[in-house]
Design a protein around this ligand. Structure first.
Ligand code: PGA
Length: 254
């Protein structure tokens, strides 16, 4: 049985006090209300990781994630954060390949392959994001593009390493736009990604990989999207900034 994981991506939001408050609310609501085995991850800004880690210490199923990392181990890379730094403050997950890193910071699949290696070598879990822009979908090239993003960043891994990766399918046209993919569109792409993994690693390995959906997931659309057989959780942006909405989304993952 593959793991169900709902992760909040706070992006560049919340000062420290606001971040602490949001974390405490989420931890308490999850403790009181979530009965399923779903794992919850809070991907906070780097600067909050150390102190939020302490707030999560007593919580079994709320874990800590970062939104990016350097591909380098250490050295003269001003402004960068290494995987060993992240690990040393209790980080367990790292988002790699988010469309905003691709779009605004020029990051590429070749770079993501190195970052995925760094995260795995540090014993953390990469959440590797893939997804097409609207014009790619309109030209009917979305499956080709997304499966290529998956092969370029992940197919150098051994089967054993791949099984430690979480994939997040996030159609770029659905991120922060209020337009979500239909549950059928999400299921179609998730099944294509899984088939692509099976083609390289075999069906048994592909069946073990958690594939999250991301892009304008809200409490009122989460139930239908999460009910799809190949959707194993969500990567939640805007709605993760409100504890009530986020925990309602977590509860939609059965
Ligand atoms: P959104 O963001 O939920 O605000 O659309 C999702 C993401 O970028 O991970």
């Amino acid at each position: 049985m593959r793991k169900k994981i709902v992760a909040g991506n706070w992006k560049m939001n919340k000062n420290l006090e606001e971040g602490h408050q949001l974390t405490s609310e989420v931890v308490n609501m999850v403790k009181d209300e979530v009965t399923s085995a779903v794992q919850v991850v809070l991907c906070t800004p780097f600067i909050h990781l150390n102190s939020i880690s302490k707030l999560l210490a007593g919580s079994k199923n709320v874990m800590l994630g970062a939104q990016n990392c350097s591909e380098h181990a250490s050295g003269a890379y001003t402004g960068e954060t290494s995987v060993s730094m992240l690990k040393s403050v209790g980080t367990q997950f790292v988002i790699i390949g988010h469309s905003e890193r691709r779009e605004y910071f020029g990051e590429t699949d070749a770079l993501f392959a190195k970052k995925v290696d760094a995260v795995l070598a540090a014993g953390m879990t990469p959440i590797y994001c893939c997804g097409e822009k609207l014009e790619v979908r309109e030209a009917n090239n979305h499956i080709k593009l997304v499966t290529a993003q998956v092969s370029e960043a992940l197919f150098h891994l051994s089967a054993e390493a791949l099984q430690k990766v979480v994939i997040a399918y996030e159609p770029v046209w659905a991120i922060g736009t209020g337009k979500t993919a239909s549950s059928a569109q999400a299921q179609e792409m998730h099944a294509e990604i899984r088939a692509h993994l099976a083609g390289k690693y075999g069906k048994n390995v592909a069946e073990e990989i958690t594939i999250q959906y991301g892009g304008s997931v809200k409490p009122d659309n989460a139930v239908e999207i999460f009910a799809q057989p190949d959707v194993d959780g969500g990567l939640i942006g805007g709605a993760s900034l409100k504890s009530r909405d986020f925990v309602d989304i977590v509860k939609a993952m059965k």
